[in-house]
Design a protein around this ligand. Structure first.
Ligand SMILES: [Zn+2]
Length: 487
């Protein structure tokens, strides 16, 4: 790591971490397109596995849909196409010949998937249909791109579900929250708030959008995934109908869900990292344990041998490496700390003689000597304790960053100080679009929505906001709106 303190300049810290820990290479030379390097990709693969397993636990099945979309299919749902057209990459030529029809590189999967759903779904027996795809999409983002956070090609999962009625559709939203909670909070230790987005900020073509927002260390909110109730908007556009019990054709009800894997990864290493580099949750660390031999002159063979034996013994239970390179122990400590390996084991002649080794936790740096015959158990225990400490820390950060604002100036001041702020809001006319616009103009604060759930944090008691006036227009407040700066 350079000499950048995370708390002083998060953006600089982020840039050094991705470079020093070799998470990605930015030299690909097409704006918004990055090369994700093995150390990051190994964790990302693990995040994918956790997420896909959880989706399958809730009866989703995997499938693969192509990347190219017919323009005609893409244009079927009016709001959807209007929302996405400005960001679409088009394929117009093959070799030297112009294509008769241009194809969109999918910015999201609806237009690829729903024409097929129209063919697959006929009767009530075909429902519910719950399919997910892991993959990537392309969006020509106009905002400034940032590695893992805003790219023009990014990794995600999208789940597309079809139901017979509205009630079944509505049940999917809390299920999507539960899936996010069990992966993003319980395994990765990233707390988040689940908000219903205002109507002006919903997914193009959706009836309602709910999103997972987490707070980055610089006090800006990052949306790490979203779920959308589509009603029958898309099923009407794409003719996804089934024959109901009275033998009449009925439009199906749909949801779609998009956890942003790049962003979840970015949130994870940003929330947990420290001035030495990454601090990775043990479940997704590419290497969970690194063994560093402490060599004094003449003891190379014996100590390296013991380190190698220990690596073999531990590899039955952990992802483990022994660093037998010629570097000094200090150099090795820095290297593996920068990479965020959760547990370091140090072993030297004195440890060998006493049948022990020293284990060091990445987050606290605390060292303790443990007997070699119990070391696997001790590492497992330390890994669990470390995970708990990381979760306590990230939870405290988000919880302490949530505040209540009773007037405009107070809200602006808090948001500028990196807080997420709840305030009384009229939500009148398109969920308060006008008031939100005024807020944004006067302060660069974004209205994120109304909290419907949360994971890994405590929301403040909003009792004192009840019966208050909208802090922008002074009309009666109907909702408690969350406000923040955003990525
Ligand atoms: Zn208002």
């Amino acid at each position: 790591m350079g000499n950048v303190a995370k708390s002083e300049d998060f953006s600089e810290w982020f840039n050094s971490v991705i470079k020093d820990a070799k998470l990605c290479d930015l030299r690909y030379n097409i704006k918004g397109f990055i090369v994700i390097m093995p150390w990051a990709m190994k964790s990302i693969e693990r995040i994918y596995s956790l997420y896909c397993a959880e989706l399958e636990k809730y009866s989703h099945e995997p499938a693969f849909f192509p990347s190219l979309v017919h323009e005609k299919s893409f244009s079927a749902e009016k709001e959807h196409v209007e929302g996405f057209i400005p960001e679409v990459f088009w394929v117009t030529e093959v070799g030297t010949a112009k294509l008769e029809e241009r194809y969109a590189l999918k910015p999201t999967g609806e237009a690829c998937i729903y024409p097929m759903y129209s063919l697959w779904i006929n009767g009530i027996a075909d429902l519910p249909l719950k399919i997910y795809q892991r993959g990537w999409v392309w969006r020509h983002e106009t905002k400034a791109t940032k590695p893992f956070i805003r790219g023009r090609e990014f990794l995600w999962i999208e789940a597309h579900n079809v139901f017979a009625d509205k009630a079944a559709m509505e049940k999917q939203m809390p299920e999507d929250f539960a899936i996010a909670k069990s992966v993003i909070w319980e395994r990765l230790g990233v707390p988040f708030i689940f908000l219903r987005r205002p109507q002006w900020d919903k997914f193009a073509g959706a009836v309602d959008t709910f999103a997972m927002d987490t707070l980055m260390p610089d006090g800006k909110v990052l949306q790490i995934g979203s779920t959308h109730l589509l009603g029958t908007n898309f099923s009407k556009a794409y003719n996804i109908t089934y024959t109901d019990s009275t033998n009449k054709p009925s439009s199906a009800w749909q949801t779609c869900y998009g956890p942003g894997i790049n962003r979840i990864y970015a949130a994870m290493f940003s929330v947990h990292g420290d001035d030495k580099g990454l601090v990775l949750p043990i479940d997704v660390a590419p290497t969970q344990v690194v063994i560093v031999p402490i060599i004094k002159k003449g003891s190379e063979k014996e100590v390296n041998g013991a380190a190698e034996d220990l690596r073999t013994a531990l590899s039955a239970k952990f992802r483990v490496q022994a660093d037998l390179s010629d570097q000094t122990p200090g150099f090795k400590y820095n290297k593996w700390e920068q990479l965020g390996v959760p547990i370091r084991v140090e072993i030297g002649m004195r440890d060998i003689a006493s049948g022990s080794a020293v284990i060091v936790a990445r987050d606290t740096g605390a060292k303790r000597s443990v007997p070699l015959d119990k070391i696997a158990h001790e590492i497992e225990h330390e890994g669990k304790e470390m995970q708990k400490r990381m979760m306590e820390k990230s939870s405290a950060f988000l919880t302490c960053s949530l505040e209540l604002a009773h007037n405009f100036d107070e809200a602006v001041k808090m948001v500028s100080a990196g807080k997420m702020v709840a305030m009384p809001f009229c939500s009148e006319g398109m969920d308060g679009a006008e008031c939100a616009k005024k807020l944004k103009e006067g302060s660069s604060c974004d209205a994120r929505g109304v909290a419907v759930n949360h994971a890994g944090c405590k929301l403040p008691d909003t009792h004192s906001l009840e019966g208050k006036k909208c802090i922008v227009c002074g009309k009666k407040a109907n909702v408690t709106m969350w406000l923040s700066r955003q990525y």
